[in-house]
Design a protein around this ligand. Structure first.
Ligand SMILES: [Zn+2]
Length: 485
């Protein structure tokens, strides 16, 4: 069993990092003053799901002590093994059958089978479709007395106000560095793993306030029952400053060989995500120094800005390395997509004529910079080069003619695309869709991909569910997305 699961808090007592939430909820259970809907807000790894499960046990436990679940009765056991039918956990972010969520919520009308309360735990609730939110709202307006909802979200601003106003809201705080350290020290002791102080500091700092990250990293680093800082340096490549400086210089001067430095990182098996975090901090440091000396920092700011948003995208990205590669390419090519529209046509083109330096393709890490002749090539060519795709004709634009026999006359491809773009964190997928022609045929929205690579980036249940959700959001609940290779 993963250490994170093994040491996940199982009762209110062990939820030590969320004092306020813990005390208020426990008191409510003890005095039988619970409400029917809770909203837990906060970053990942701060204990939202654990809190929800503890609460589900507490209100249903056969012999609770002061509102705390016993963890031994049949109900507690069934919830711990996720086998109690009355506790329904929905991950709105990855739920494949978006329509089913609505049905599941509608079934809240039925009484619980074994437990006192039927508990719905809806994680990443902001990802629900409009239809599912409507079903949820209907129940929250007139909740049956045997149902309780615990909604969790990392993005509260995306939850409709009508839902928020019907919930008791709790904001989970990021876990402090000291709390993370003391929890890791505890786990190390329990697991008999020796860890030195430097390693403990390093892991805690790199957890970003999320205990789950800290424990996962701890587990990943623990070999032969010990964690030593010298091994961390070796395995994770805690990056020396001159390597960061070299990498940053190449980005600033848009030197193509940075792409091969990046590939070298991957082929050396280094932790790419950590590398980019170090790079982010280093760039910040350089920028602050420059601004102190009244120097221009606009190119550094651009790098910081794009890197910061890329970093958050990797959490939901299909492939982290590709996300970072896209980031590098964006920086060195000044790439930005342009979407234009004309009647019935959705037309997406990449900005043409961006300048990139023409470098040869052999990896030459950390060689002294030399003057290389520049050549103008289009952004699409750049994607062709790096994505190893089949040649497409025409090269610069992808144009789509909506068929005249539209099933729903008011369907708007452009609106659909921008809706996806707005709600889409997966850079790869957005880019891949731009490589497809889109047409509405009877009840199918057909996406015809020009390359296998683009098709493969989209062809998985989660992504298809999100594409379908986009259709539902646009009031096209009858239509389904069909991928054509
Ligand atoms: Zn119990």
């Amino acid at each position: 069993m993963a250490l994170y699961l093994k040491y996940r808090p199982k009762d209110f007592e062990s939820l030590v990092w969320q004092d306020f939430v813990k005390e208020t909820l426990q008191k409510a259970v003890e005095t039988d003053k619970t409400v029917w809907a809770y909203l837990l807000c906060g970053p990942r790894g701060t204990g939202k799901t654990s809190t929800a499960r503890i609460f589900a046990k507490a209100v249903n436990c056969e012999k609770p002590t002061k509102g705390n679940p016993c963890n031994t009765c049949p109900i507690c056991n069934a919830i711990n093994t996720e086998s109690l039918v009355d506790v329904i956990e929905i991950d709105a972010a990855s739920h494949t059958w978006v329509d089913n969520i609505r049905e599941i919520i509608e079934k809240a009308q039925f009484r619980p089978t074994n437990a006192k309360y039927k508990i719905y735990i809806i994680d990443e609730v902001h990802m629900l479709s409009k239809w599912a939110f409507n079903a949820l709202l209907k129940i929250l307006e007139e909740p049956p007395e045997y149902v309780k909802f615990i909604l969790a979200t990392t993005e509260t601003h995306k939850v409709p106000e009508t839902i928020i106003s019907r919930c008791q809201r709790y904001d989970m705080k990021s876990i402090s560095l000291d709390d993370i350290k003391s929890r890791l020290t505890f786990i190390a002791k329990e697991e008999k793993i020796k860890i030195d102080k430097q390693s403990l500091d390093y892991i805690s700092q790199n957890a970003w306030g999320a205990l789950r990250n800290a424990i996962s990293l701890f587990e990943q680093l623990a070999t032969e029952n010990k964690i030593e800082f010298k091994d961390i340096i070796k395995n994770l490549w805690i990056v020396e400053e001159d390597i960061l400086s070299n990498f940053l210089d190449k980005l600033i001067s848009k030197d193509n060989s940075v792409v091969w430095d990046f590939e070298q990182l991957i082929s050396d098996g280094k932790n790419v995500k950590l590398f980019f975090k170090e790079l982010l901090f280093y760039t910040k440091k350089v920028s602050l120094n420059l601004i102190k000396n009244s120097k221009d920092i606009s190119s550094y700011l651009h790098i910081l800005d794009v890197l910061d948003s890329t970093y958050s995208k990797t959490k939901v990205s299909l492939d982290e390395n590709t996300t970072f590669l896209i980031w590098i390419l964006k920086i060195i090519t000044d790439y930005s997509p342009v979407i234009s529209v004309s009647n019935g046509w959705a037309k997406i083109s990449t900005q043409s004529a961006v300048q990139v330096k023409n470098a040869d393709k052999t990896p030459k890490a950390h060689t002294p910079k030399k003057e290389i002749p520049t050549q103008e090539i289009s952004a699409t060519d750049v994607w062709d080069i790096f994505w190893d795709s089949e040649p497409t004709t025409p090269k610069t634009t992808i144009e789509t003619l909506l068929p005249e026999t539209k099933a729903t006359s008011d369907f708007n491809t452009t609106e659909y695309l921008s809706h996806l773009k707005k709600n889409w964190a997966k850079a790869m997928v957005t880019l891949s869709i731009k490589w497809a022609s889109i047409s509405l045929n009877d009840k199918n929205l057909e996406l015809k991909f020009k390359t296998k690579f683009a098709l493969n980036s989209v062809n998985n249940p989660d992504t298809i569910a999100l594409l379908n959700k986009g259709l539902i959001d646009m009031g096209m609940s009858d239509a389904t997305v069909k991928l054509i290779g």
